[in-house]
Design a protein around this ligand. Structure first.
Ligand code: HEC
Length: 694
C-alpha cells in the first residue's frame, strides 16, 4: 500500500514537473530499462555509463570516419569551475548532456549548442577531500525515469530532476565514522540505482547498495568482505568469506570497496561487481596467518533482485599489492573453440586480461597484458596465479620491486570494444612500485593505512635522476584480441596514465593522454589519423552522440586524479567539456600556465636526522596531495614554493586546521610540533636542492 501511495506521489510529482519541458533545451524524455537494453536502436544517445549494459563503449554512429576525421574540429566547449581531476563519462539523452565534475557537482548542457541548462552543487565540505585517496573525482551520472543520479565524495546518492537539476531525494549511503568516499558512477537498472564506495587506502569495509530509483528507499546491501564474526554474519556468503580471513581484519575495515565497475546483465538478471584491494594493503598485517581474503580483488555476481551472492572469481587471492579488480567489466559474446560463450572480460590492475564465463564465473582464459614480476602465469586447473618467490615482500630488510604497481597495469580508464575488428582497446601501462613491510605499522582511523613504507617507492631526490626515470614509465593504447587472449597491436604513448577509449562504427578509436593530446586512431591498425591539443590532461572516457542527424565526439578533460596529484610534471588543471564535430571551428583559450615563481628561500636549519624524519612523515601523510618527493603535479600547492608568510604559520596550517576550509586537513592528532617542523625543514631542503640555479 505504502509503495503504491509513493508511486502515486511520484507520478504526481512527475506530472508537476511537466512545466520543466518548456524550459530551455530539448525536452526531457523518460529513460527506461527497455530503452537501455535496446540502446542500439537509438545510437544518437549515450544513455548509460558504457552506452549499453554490456559496457562496450562502441558507438554505432558512422558519420565521422577514417576518411573524414581529419576535418574534425571543436564544436563547443564549456568550462567547469572545479579545476581538479576530471574522470566523468557524459550521459546524453535526446539532445541533453549531463556531466559530473570534481567534488561531485553536476552540469546539464544542450548537447548541440553547449548552452548550459542547469548546474547542481553537491555542497561537499572541502575538508572531505582528505578521505579521497585519489583526488575528489567523479566518474559520471546515471539516468533513469526523469531523473539524473549522482553519488557524492561525501557518500550520498542523490536523485536530481533531469529538467531542472533540483534535488528529488538525497540519501546518505555511508557510516560517517569511517572514511568512506564515492567516486564511481551509479548504475541504473531494473528500477534500482546501485552504488558502491571507496576508502580502502584509509581503511573501510566495502559494500554495494541498491536503492529504489523513485523513492531512494534502500532495497539491498551486499558486503564484499566479512565483518566482526562475533557480531554474526549478514548472509551465508559472508560466513564462507570469513573462512578465508585470519586475525582481526575488521578493525581495519578489511577493504574490498567497489569503487568503479558495476555491470547489469539483463539476461541473467545479475549485477557483476568489481571488488577492490585489501585494507591495509599488506596482507601480513590485515590477515596475519594468510588466507585468500574473499572477496578482495574479485568479480562477484549477485542477483539483481536481492543482492544475493551467485558466484565469484578471485584474480589475486590474498591481495597484498593493491591489485583491485574494480576495473571495467565488459560483457562480450565470443566464439571460443567453436562455441558461443557469454563472457565477461576485464584487465584489472594485476596485469592479467581475463575472459570469464558470466553465467557461472568459470575462467576461460587469462594472459598477461603487461610485464608482471609477481606471477609467472595462471594455473588453469585452479584458476589461481602462480606467485613468484618473494613477491609478497616478507622481509622488511628487502625492498621488493613489483610490476605492475598500485597504479595498475590498467586502471579505471574505460575500455572499448569494436565489433568491426573484434578487438578490445584500453590504456595499458608499465609503472614499478617498491614494497617494503612497515614494521612500525599502527592503525590510525581516518589516515592512510597501507602497511608498506611508501618512501621506498618514492622518486629519487635528484631532479636529474627523476628526469632519467620518468621516461622509463611506459603507457600505450593496447588493442587486444579477447578470443586469442593476446595483443593485436599497440600505439606507444609518451608515458603512462592515458585516457579511456571510445570505439565507433566509423572505424575509429578515440583516446586522450595526460599530456593533453586527444586523438583518433584507425581501429584496424592504430594509425593516428587526427589529434588536437587540449592544454590539460585527458584521462576520461570519450562518448559519441548525435543531435539533428549530426554526430559529435565528447570528452571531459582536466588534470588532477591520483596520478596528477602524486607524480610531478605540472599540467594546467583546467576542467572542461569538449565537443567535436566535422567542420567545428571553436578554439580553446591559450593555456594560463605560468612559470613557477620561487620565493626567497629560508636556509635549512635542522639536522640531517630531523630532515630524514620529516621526509618519512611527508611520504606517509602529505605526498598523496602535494606530490611525490615534494614535487607537485600542478594541482595542489607545491610546498617548495610556499611563501615566507606560509612558513611563518606552518604549524597553524599543518596542526591546527588553519586551512581546513580550503581542504587542507589538520594533522594535530597524529603529529607533534617538532614533527611538523621536521616536514618543513625537509621541504626547505628539497626546495634548495631542486630550485633552478641561475
Ligand atoms: C587531502 C589532501 C592534502 C593532504 C594529505 C595534505 N594537504 Fe596540505 N593542502 C591541501 C590543500 C587542498 C591545500 C590548500 C590549497 C589552496 O590553497 O587552495 C593545502 C595547503 C597546504 C599548505 C599551504 C600552502 C600554501 O602555499 O598556501 C601547507 C603548508 C600544507 N598544505 C602542508 C601540508 C603538509 C605538511 C601535509 C602533510 C602533513 C599536507 N599538507 C597534507 C591538501 C592536502
Amino acid at each position: 500500500m505504502k509503495s503504491r501511495l509513493l508511486r502515486t506521489a511520484a507520478l504526481l510529482s512527475a506530472l508537476a514537473a511537466i512545466p520543466a519541458l518548456s524550459q530551455d533545451g530539448p525536452p526531457v524524455t523518460e529513460v527506461t530499462g527497455d530503452r537501455i537494453v535496446n540502446a542500439d536502436q537509438e545510437p544518437g544517445n549515450w544513455l548509460s555509463h558504457g552506452r549499453t549494459y554490456s559496457e562496450q563503449r562502441y558507438s554505432p554512429l558512422d558519420q565521422i570516419t577514417t576518411d573524414n576525421v581529419g576535418e574534425l574540429g571543436l564544436g563547443w566547449f564549456a568550462d567547469l569551475p572545479e579545476r581538479r581531476g576530471i574522470e566523468a563519462t557524459p550521459i546524453v539523452v535526446d539532445g541533453r548532456m549531463y556531466v559530473s565534475s570534481a567534488w561531485s557537482n553536476v552540469y546539464a548542457f544542450d548537447a548541440k549548442t553547449g548552452e548550459p541548462l542547469w548546474s547542481w552543487d553537491a555542497g561537499v565540505p572541502k575538508i572531505k577531500g582528505k578521505d579521497a585517496c585519489c583526488d575528489v573525482v567523479n566518474r559520471g551520472v546515471a539516468a533513469w525515469g526523469n531523473n539524473i543520479y549522482v553519488a557524492t565524495i561525501d557518500g550520498r546518492l542523490v536523485a536530481l530532476d533531469a529538467g531542472t537539476g533540483e534535488t528529488v531525494w538525497d540519501k546518505n549511503t555511508i557510516d560517517p565514522d569511517w572514511p568512506y568516499t564515492i567516486t564511481g558512477a551509479p548504475r541504473a537498472a531494473d528500477g534500482k540505482i546501485v552504488i558502491g564506495n571507496a576508502g580502502a587506502e584509509l581503511g573501510v569495509r566495502g559494500y554495494v547498495t541498491a536503492y529504489d530509483a523513485e523513492t531512494g528507499d534502500q532495497l539491498w546491501r551486499f558486503y564484499t568482505v566479512p565483518g566482526d564474526p562475533s557480531k554474526g554474519f549478514e548472509n551465508a556468503a559472508m560466513e564462507m568469506a570469513a573462512e578465508t580471513w585470519t586475525g582481526e581484519w575488521w578493525k581495519y575495515g578489511g577493504g574490498g570497496t567497489v569503487w568503479d565497475s558495476i555491470v547489469y546483465d539483463p539476461e541473467q538478471d545479475y549485477f557483476y561487481l568489481g571488488v577492490g584491494n585489501g585494507a591495509p594493503w599488506n596482507r601480513d598485517i590485515r590477515s596475519p596467518d594468510g588466507g585468500d581474503n574473499l572477496f578482495l580483488s574479485s568479480i562477484v555476481a549477485v542477483k539483481a533482485d536481492t543482492g544475493e551472492y551467485v558466484w565469484h572469481y578471485q584474480g589475486t587471492p590474498g591481495d597484498t599489492w593493491d591489485f583491485t579488480a574494480t576495473q571495467q567489466i565488459m560483457m562480450l559474446d565470443l566464439e571460443i573453440d567453436g562455441e558461443m560463450r557469454k563472457t565477461l572480460v576485464q584487465a584489472p590492475k594485476n596485469g592479467f586480461f581475463y575472459v570469464i564465463d558470466r553465467t557461472n564465473g568459470e575462467l576461460i582464459s587469462a594472459n598477461g597484458y603487461v610485464p608482471q614480476t609477481w606471477t609467472s602465469g595462471i594455473d588453469m586447473e585452479t584458476g589461481r596465479p602462480i606467485e613468484t618467490e618473494g613477491a609478497r615482500y616478507p622481509n622488511p630488510d628487502e625492498p621488493t620491486l613489483v610490476f605492475p604497481s598500485p597504479f595498475g597495469g590498467h586502471n579505471w580508464h574505460p575500455m572499448a570494444y569494436s565489433p568491426q575488428t573484434n578487438l578490445v582497446y584500453f590504456s595499458a601501462q608499465e609503472i614499478p612500485f617498491v614494497f617494503r613491510k612497515d614494521t612500525e605499522f599502527e592503525f590510525a582511523q581516518g589516515r592512510w593505512n597501507l602497511g608498506t613504507r611508501f618512501e621506498y617507492s618514492s622518486l629519487p631526490e635528484d631532479p636529474a635522476e627523476v628526469a632519467k626515470l620518468l621516461p622509463l614509465l611506459k603507457g600505450r593504447l593496447l588493442a587486444w584480441d579477447p578470443v586469442k587472449n593476446e595483443e593485436a597491436f599497440h600505439v606507444e604513448h609518451p608515458g603512462p596514465w592515458n585516457g579511456g577509449v571510445l570505439a565507433t562504427a566509423g572505424g575509429l578509436v578515440f583516446q586522450g593522454t595526460p599530456g593533453g593530446e586527444f586523438a583518433a586512431y584507425d581501429a584496424a591498425n592504430g594509425d593516428k589519423l587526427w589529434s588536437t591539443q587540449t592544454n590539460t590532461g585527458v584521462v576520461a572516457g570519450p562518448v559519441s552522440y548525435a543531435v539533428d542527424g549530426e554526430q559529435y565526439i565528447a570528452v571531459t578533460v582536466g588534470w588532477g586524479t591520483v596520478f596528477g596529484l602524486i607524480v610531478p610534471g605540472a599540467q594546467e588543471p583546467r576542467s572542461r567539456v569538449l565537443v567535436f564535430r566535422i567542420g567545428g571551428e571553436e578554439t580553446l583559450p591559450a593555456s594560463e600556465m605560468a612559470a613557477a615563481e620561487w620565493p626567497e628561500l629560508e636556509e635549512v636549519s635542522a639536522s640531517a636526522e630531523a630532515i630524514a624524519h620529516g621526509k618519512s612523515l611527508y611520504l606517509t601523510q602529505c605526498f598523496m596531495c602535494h606530490g611525490d618527493a615534494a614535487m607537485s603535479g600542478g594541482v595542489l600547492p607545491d610546498l617548495r614554493m610556499a611563501q615566507p608568510e606560509v612558513h611563518a604559520i606552518w604549524n597553524e596550517i599543518v596542526l591546527d586546521g588553519g586551512f581546513n576550509e580550503k581542504g587542507m586537513p589538520s594533522f594535530g592528532d597524529v603529529m607533534s610540533p617538532d614533527d611538523a617542523q621536521a616536514i618543513r625543514q625537509y621541504i626547505l631542503a628539497r626546495a634548495h636542492a631542486t630550485r633552478p640555479k641561475d
